[in-house]
Design a protein around this ligand. Structure first.
Ligand code: AP5
Length: 191
């Protein structure tokens, strides 16, 4: 049975960047992983149903609509992953207008049953600067306190994921100028 590793972090912390670096490193070592983006699975359904014009609009949808898209993504990913080693790029929680929505509620965990949940984190000020520097996305405009609160909530909700599945929780720091260190840390749990 392959490893299922869920990689999470607040928007703009750099989880996709760290995952891509780790995938390159592992490929060079001959360790095979498939990386899938949970938001992309959700967006494919959202686009088909004309619910959102871009992926950043999804977190503003009605809670029950987001939950339905979440369920569709979880079963789609479970169906395609089989016995392979899989990295799932997603969120421990999503900040919606109605409050934090769990990214991995019970019905998602039951489908994915992760071995490890990784939380990619760094200082809120660095995340704020990365969001401001990324014109390709529509980021929520929030200050460093709100980003810190979101990171704290992600740790708290991840404890519940560990209780439900028996997965381990790994915190990977992705600091400015220290991307390689973050990649090393992620690779160490993926090997
Ligand atoms: P998703 O696409 O995952 O959105 P996101 O979190 O905004 O992801 P990004 O890829 O934009 O951010 P990232 O943290 O990966 O940063 P990146 O590597 O690009 O999800 C889209 C939507 O799907 C969500 O909003 C939600 O609605 C929905 N969704 C997903 N999962 C869900 C779930 N489970 N339940 C419900 N809804 C869900 O890097 C950002 C920038 O930082 C880049 O410019 C990069 O160059 C830079 N950078 C990275 N690392 C460093 C470093 N070390 N030093 C300096 N700069 C760095």
């Amino acid at each position: 049975m392959g490893k299922k590793v869920v990689v999470t972090g607040v928007p703009g912390v750099g989880k996709t960047t760290v995952i891509n670096g780790a995938m390159e490193r592992l490929a060079a070592e001959g360790v095979e992983y498939t990386a899938v983006n949970f938001g992309t699975f959700m967006f494919e359904v959202a686009k088909k149903e004309n619910l959102a014009a871009d992926r950043d609009e999804m977190r503003k949808l009605e809670k029950d609509v987001q939950k339905r898209l979440q369920q569709a993504a979880a079963s789609g990913i479970a169906a395609m992953s089989g016995d392979a080693n899989v990295i799932i790029d997603t969120h421990s929680s999503v900040k919606t207008p109605a409050g934090f929505l769990a990214g991995l509620p019970e019905w998602v965990l039951r489908e994915l049953m992760p071995d490890i949940v990784v939380l990619v984190e760094t200082d809120p000020d660095q995340i704020l600067m990365r969001r401001l520097g990324d014109a390709s996305r529509t980021r929520d405009m929030e200050g460093h306190r709100a980003i810190a609160e979101h990171q704290e909530f992600n740790r708290a909700v991840s404890a519940a994921y560990a209780m439900y599945t028996g997965c381990t929780i790994k915190i990977v720091r992705n600091e400015n100028f220290l991307l390689e260190q973050g990649i090393d840390d992620l690779v160490s749990v993926l090997r």
